[in-house]
Ligand binder design. Structure first.
Ligand SMILES: Nc1nc(=O)[nH]c2c1ncn2[C@H]1C[C@H](O)[C@@H](COP(=O)(O)OP(=O)(O)O)O1
Length: 213
């Protein structure tokens, strides 16, 4: 006996209706057709600030501080985040301005939040942040900072309430775990996933050198 054929449709959005809007965020009712052909709705949060020609809302910055006779360090920021009601450990980040590239936004935000002057060495495609809730997107920009450059010896940040935290790359995950035990903070998932990836990429193969891929 053959099973009934499943009807499949290319899912798509048919309508977006505004429910509520603030200065920074809006809530919409999204009507869409699901893969079975049924029409459904979804509650969607969007930023109101996305600029016309920008693919992403913002940038996150993985900044590596490189100094002679020092371990390479990841430049992190810790700040109070009102939606969570506590301090959050994050990569420096920010929204992309009008007529600004993601790379330029990354260098500007890094300077504002940490005082460091960096150089872009890589960038991700546009990535989503919380697709079950929001259309909010980011590009993660990889930046190197020459810590021996006189511009980076005594960096002066422009944001009073953002604390700069330097964590050595080779102990990134362990140092984050220590901070989490010591303080009431939440770590951004991008940061912790990067930390786990660093641990797996660099340390496990050395522990088990006989294993093949
Ligand atoms: N969701 C938000 N609510 C606000 O009340 N204000 C917000 C929201 N998102 C951004 N902002 C404000 C706060 C800053 O003054 C500016 C710029 O933020 P930016 O530094 O680019 O990004 P964050 O790192 O996320 O603060 O926007």
């Amino acid at each position: 006996m053959s099973s009934p054929k499943k009807v499949t449709t290319e899912p798509h959005v048919t309508k977006e209706e505004l429910i509520a809007s603030g200065s920074w965020v809006k809530l919409e009712k999204t009507t869409y057709v699901d893969p079975s052909g049924s029409t459904r709705t979804w509650e969607t949060a969007k930023r109101t600030t996305r600029v016309a020609n920008s693919a992403a809302d913002g940038v996150g910055i993985i900044a590596l501080l490189k100094r002679t006779l020092h371990k390479d360090c990841v430049v992190m920021v810790k700040q109070f985040r009102p939606p969570l009601g506590c301090n959050v450990l994050e990569f420096p980040a920010g929204l992309i301005d009008e007529n600004e590239s993601a790379e330029a936004a990354a260098l500007r935000e890094l300077k504002e939040e940490t005082g460091y002057k960096g150089e872009v060495v890589g960038i991700t495609p546009v990535t989503c942040l919380d697709p079950g809730l929001s259309n909010c997107t980011t590009q993660i920009v990889m930046v190197h900072i020459n810590g021996d450059d006189c511009a980076n010896i005594n960096p002066t940040q422009q944001l009073e309430f953002v604390e700069v935290v330097l964590l050595p790359l080779d102990e990134f995950q362990q140092k984050i775990d220590v901070l989490l035990q010591k303080e009431k903070i939440i770590v951004d998932s991008k940061v912790y996933i990067y930390a786990m990836g660093m641990s797996q990429a660099f340390f496990k193969p050395r522990e088990l050198p006989v294993l093949k891929q």
